[in-house]
Design a protein around this ligand. Structure first.
Ligand code: MLT
Length: 407
């Protein structure tokens, strides 16, 4: 047999697996200090699920226990009750008309953003922001679309630097690209895009026959009016964009697993092939749907109680984001993000390397974050902290950083 040699091109371990391994090694070597570790690295939630979701799950479990209400395989693209709730609450309420056949429920945005490449030719040129959520790059490497790596960059990937000088927003490509990955509010920088800025991307994609793969997993954290909650709020987006959304950060489903992808019927190739049909075929073949219990929990997110409870949880994390942002700013750090996002992006002090800063925070303060370099070459010299910890731990971590750097 022969293996897919593209796998040999990438680092053997995924960014967040690497971090977990480093923290584990540190903990084994320093058992006493390990007790004080505060994890603000991976964007994993810590608040319990909203009571409305729990109630819905219990009810669904009871249904599964009786012959009359038992359910087997779920519909491959999601139950109508959830598709309709998504259509009405996430789109119709924002003036966007979708048909439920344009929505595909899945186990999350990580899988979908990673799998979407299946429906596109390997000949396509991919454009990504730098820094970027590593899944977009790694999955293109695995499939053989990236070319080879030199000086930290892949030869067939077009990098769009997102740096302080351009307010961490990508600039329109200067050469022909076919697939453009955008994530707003952004992971890792925490920065948002306005409707006017996003319109430029939609126009560019329509004019150039490119597709925007729009990851809106952090949409629930938006606070500013001119920031779009879905790319379809932008005129023309239905003919050029696929959108990914997730219940993970919105409703704390990182462990439950549920998200969805929108592929509008209007999105077609030049010869009229609907991308929707291709994605439907891909999902029906390689994915067997999300459990009934999970989909009932996701539906409950849209109930009046669910909405209120989820809003409170988001507010809790938002407060943490503010604590980190303001605390670090007050002690002289250059900080970004937080306003529309659970992520705070900071410049490392004294031009320290981002892994060096990671090691220092872990060793001296027992605080875990994510080194910017893990998100791409332009992340070097930066560091990401998440607001998904508990309020107490977040305050403690900020206090430790403040005390240390005030010296
Ligand atoms: C992150 O920390 O960047 C996220 O948790 C990754 C993810 O959502 O898969």
């Amino acid at each position: 047999m022969k293996i897919n040699e593209n796998f040999l091109k990438i680092e053997s371990s995924y960014l967040f697996s690497n971090i977990a391994k480093k923290v584990k090694e540190y903990s084994l070597a320093n058992p006493e200090k390990a007790k004080d570790i505060i994890r603000l690295g991976i964007g994993d939630v810590t608040r319990p699920l909203a009571p409305a979701c729990i109630e819905a799950m219990h009810k669904a479990v009871d249904e599964m226990s009786k012959g009359e209400t038992f359910r087997g395989y779920p519909p491959e693209y999601g139950y109508d009750f959830l598709l309709e709730a998504i259509r009405d609450n996430d789109y119709k309420s924002r003036g966007v008309e979708l048909d439920i056949s344009e929505i595909f429920v899945s186990d999350g945005a990580k899988s979908d953003t990673g799998n979407i490449g299946d429906i596109f030719s390997l000949q396509n040129k991919v454009a990504i922001c730098d820094p970027v959520y590593p899944v977009y790059v790694d999955t293109n490497v695995m499939s053989g679309r990236s070319g080879d790596k030199a000086d930290g960059k892949w030869s067939n990937i077009y990098y769009m630097p997102c740096i302080a000088e351009n307010k961490f927003l990508p600039q329109l490509p200067k050469e022909k690209v076919d697939l453009i990955y955008l994530c707003f509010p952004n992971n890792p920088t925490g920065m948002a895009i306005t409707k006017a800025e996003l319109k430029k991307w939609v126009d560019y994609a329509n004019e150039n026959g490119a597709v925007i793969l729009y990851d809106a997993a952090y949409e629930a954290f938006i606070t500013e009016d001119d920031v779009p909650h879905t790319i379809y709020e932008i005129e023309g987006a239905k003919t050029c964009a696929v959108e990914f959304k997730s219940f993970s950060k919105t409703a704390g489903f990182t462990g439950v697993r549920c998200g969805y992808t929108v592929v509008p019927h209007e999105l077609k190739t030049a010869d009229g092939t609907e991308l929707n049909k291709l994605w439907a075929r891909r999902q029906a073949t390689k994915f067997n749907g999300v459990s009934y219990i999970t989909q009932r929990a996701a539906e409950a997110v849209y109930s009046p109680q669910g909405k209120q409870q989820v809003r409170e949880i988001i507010e809790y994390y938002r407060h943490n984001a503010k604590t980190i942002y303001e605390g670090l700013k007050a002690c002289g750090f250059e900080v970004y993000g937080a306003k529309n996002s659970p992520y705070v992006w900071l410049k490392t002090p004294e031009n320290m390397g981002s892994w060096e800063f990671f090691d220092m925070l872990l060793d001296k303060l027992q605080v875990v974050g994510t080194p910017g370099e893990g998100f791409g070459p332009n992340g070097e010299g930066y560091f990401r902290l998440t607001a998904f910890g508990s309020k107490e731990n977040t305050e403690k971590a900020v206090e430790r950083i403040k005390n240390y750097f005030a010296k």
